[in-house]
Write a protein that binds this ligand. Structure first.
Ligand SMILES: [Zn+2]
Length: 215
């Protein structure tokens, strides 16, 4: 049976602080900055807590092994938890402080999603990803936005390759039919047209009032 204890002795704390200076790989940015120091069955180890809200994953690294600085378990979890793309972007960013800043912002997003992942570099903007699967309504909305902005045919949502990409790792992901996307795009277009017409009417009215001296 495993026995856990937390010896927060000052010396030990300073030792980990010294060791942490070597923790500069981008992957550390996905974990709480200070690992816990614990003993498991008499063996000392560092425990890295995943920074993602609600994840709770803790990765142990034993200090009496040759791979005490190995990041392979940390890497493997962060890829699964935050996604391959976020992981790759963190490695493009390299700067651990910046990665921590972005991860910190993401985990505190008010709606519980972990979004706003990485600014690859100055001036490139922030790429945002949700940390959970879309609801049906969200999936409909983002697909409408995507096909409209990127000028994709409605039928793309029925493409087997698209299904493979979307459902790998999340087979329950709901994808609308091409007919639903077509209907949603028309609905959004009609609503937008009405809104713009109203804005133009109000603008025209204000100009008329301005010209006639009304207020
Ligand atoms: Zn995690």
């Amino acid at each position: 049976m495993s026995h856990w204890s937390i010896p927060f002795v000052n010396d030990e704390y300073h030792a980990v602080a010294r060791m942490m200076k070597g923790f500069n790989a981008p992957v550390y940015g996905f974990y709480e900055p200070i690992p816990a120091i614990v003993k498991v069955n008499g063996r000392r180890c560092h425990v890295f807590a995943c920074a993602a809200v609600g994840c709770g994953q803790k990765i142990k690294r034993y200090l009496d092994k040759n791979d005490k600085c190995s990041t392979s378990n940390l890497r493997s979890h962060s890829k699964k938890c935050w996604g391959e793309e976020a992981f790759e972007k963190a490695h493009e960013v390299k700067d651990l402080a910046k990665i921590r800043e972005v991860v910190g912002r993401a985990k505190n997003s008010p709606n519980g999603n972990v979004a706003a992942m990485f600014a690859c570099s100055e001036g490139k903007g922030i790429v945002s990803y949700m940390h959970r699967q879309h609801t049906t309504e969200e999936a409909r909305a983002v697909i409408v936005k995507w096909v409209a902005q990127s000028m994709r045919p409605f039928s793309i949502v029925e493409d087997p390759g698209f299904h493979m990409l979307m459902k790998t790792g999340r087979p329950m992901y709901w994808i609308p039919s091409a007919a639903t996307v077509a209907r949603d795009v028309k609905h959004v277009f009609d609503n937008t047209k009405k809104r713009i017409a109203k804005i133009l009417q109000v603008g025209g009215l204000n100009r008329e009032r301005g010209n006639s001296g009304m207020c």
